[in-house]
Design a protein around this ligand. Structure first.
Ligand code: 5AD
Ligand code: FES
Length: 375
């Protein structure tokens, strides 16, 4: 079936067979060739040229996906204020700049007061969701996290609090929820076991991470999962496994952005995920899950100056400007070249507004819950 027909089918059925998805996902420009690599480079090139998208196909994908976003959330783009409150991490994910074995990372932690100040400033700027993101830092015990969450909710009861602090026990997730946390972001990173082990040390398990997501959902969180696009050794088949995992999980949010190498990791010389692959996947996800909350990520803005705008035009409807104090921004470096590390929160906020309006969308000042959730 040609791609235009596949896009239309995905738009109405919200699903395709593996073979059909494969036609939409192959070629992964950056990393996906390994699996299908042919010793005959000329033949391989002919194959990938044939698989390249035409402008008409691409336009059709993006326009159809944007229409699906409009049908569920109109032209609204929701803001989340991101507070990167610790870059200590006990894990050692091979791709990540704040992995524990990176001795070059300059470590920091924000205090509760720092975090509350960020929220106050964010509230003034129109943010109604605060995302507390950090490495897996044992300093932040359950008690400390609950104390911070409840203090934010006390001061700003009309705001949502999202946590993004990694894999924990059910009792911890439950405690944060009881303290007032509304949402949780935990990317599964990949749903292919072999690929998972290529990206992570043996101490980490794909099944455990996936189970965390089901636990979070069963507690009542709005849950966000996701992957990096073009991570080392990612194949189209692995991406299709992620799509199947997402269909099973039924998340409220899906965060995807390109993999970008970090100089102090073993993947320093690997190619970054591409703009095209990321935009295609954003649109595919929008068509599969029409009412999903889908961020145009900072990583997408890092690989192309207009990446986030293009993401919105391809169906994204969330942006997460940085609210962290300027003094620490340059230290939360998961990958090289991260944008907005020198800007004040207010600058990022106004810059994002201009960027969003340039796409024909507008900033929505609200909590921006998933449309299935009422408050
Ligand atoms: N490039 C892009 N994204 C990365 N992340 C971690 N390291 C990188 C990198 N080098 C993503 C992971 C993680 C999220 C917080 O950031 O997907 O879940
Ligand atoms: Fe930070 Fe534009 S979003 S400067």
């Amino acid at each position: 079936m040609d791609r235009i027909k596949l896009i239309d089918k995905l738009n109405t059925a919200h699903d395709l067979s593996d073979e059909e998805f494969y036609q939409l996902i192959f070629p992964l420009c950056s990393a996906g060739l390994s699996e299908e690599s042919s010793p005959d480079n000329a033949a391989l090139k002919a194959y990938t040229d044939a698989a390249a998208w035409t402008k008409d196909e691409e336009d059709h994908l993006y326009i159809t996906a944007r229409e699906a976003a409009d049908a569920n959330y109109g032209k609204s783009v929701f803001l989340r204020g991101l507070i990167e409150f610790t870059n200590y991490c006990k894990n050692d994910c091979y791709y990540c700049g704040i992995r524990c074995s990176n001795k070059n990372a300059e470590r920091y932690r924000l205090t509760k007061e720092d975090i509350l100040n960020c929220c106050d400033q964010g509230y003034y700027l129109g943010f109604r969701t605060f995302v507390l993101q950090g490495g897996e830092d044992p300093f932040f015990t359950d008690e400390r996290i609950c104390d911070i969450v409840s203090a934010i909710k006390l001061k700003h009861p009309d705001c949502a609090v999202t946590l993004s602090i990694g894999e924990k026990e059910r009792a911890s997730y439950q405690a944060y929820f009881d303290a007032g946390a509304d949402r949780y972001l935990l990317r599964e990173e990949t749903s292919d076991n072999e690929h998972y082990h290529y990206l992570h040390p043996d101490s980490l398990s794909m099944k455990h991470r996936q189970n965390c997501l089901f636990t979070l959902k069963s507690i009542g969180y709005q849950v966000g999962c996701g992957i990096m696009v073009g991570s080392p050794m990612q194949t189209p088949k692995a991406v299709i496994k992620d799509l199947r995992f997402m269909q099973e999980l039924k998340p409220h949010m899906i965060g995807i952005g390109p993999f970008i190498p970090h100089k102090d990791t073993k993947f320093a010389n690997m190619p970054a995920g591409t703009l095209t692959d990321t935009l295609h996947l954003l649109s595919i996800l929008r068509l599969m899950f029409p009412d999903i909350l889908l961020p145009a990520t900072t990583a997408l803005g890092t690989i192309h100056p207009l990446g986030r705008e293009m993401g919105i035009k391809a169906g994204a409807n969330v942006v997460m400007p940085n609210l962290s104090p300027t003094g620490v921004r340059g230290k939360y470096l998961l990958y090289d070249g991260k944008i907005c590390t020198g800007d004040e929160a207010a600058e990022c906020r106004m810059c994002m507004q201009r960027r969003i309006e340039s796409t024909g969308c507008h900033v929505e000042i609200s909590r921006g819950d998933h449309c299935s959730v009422s408050h």
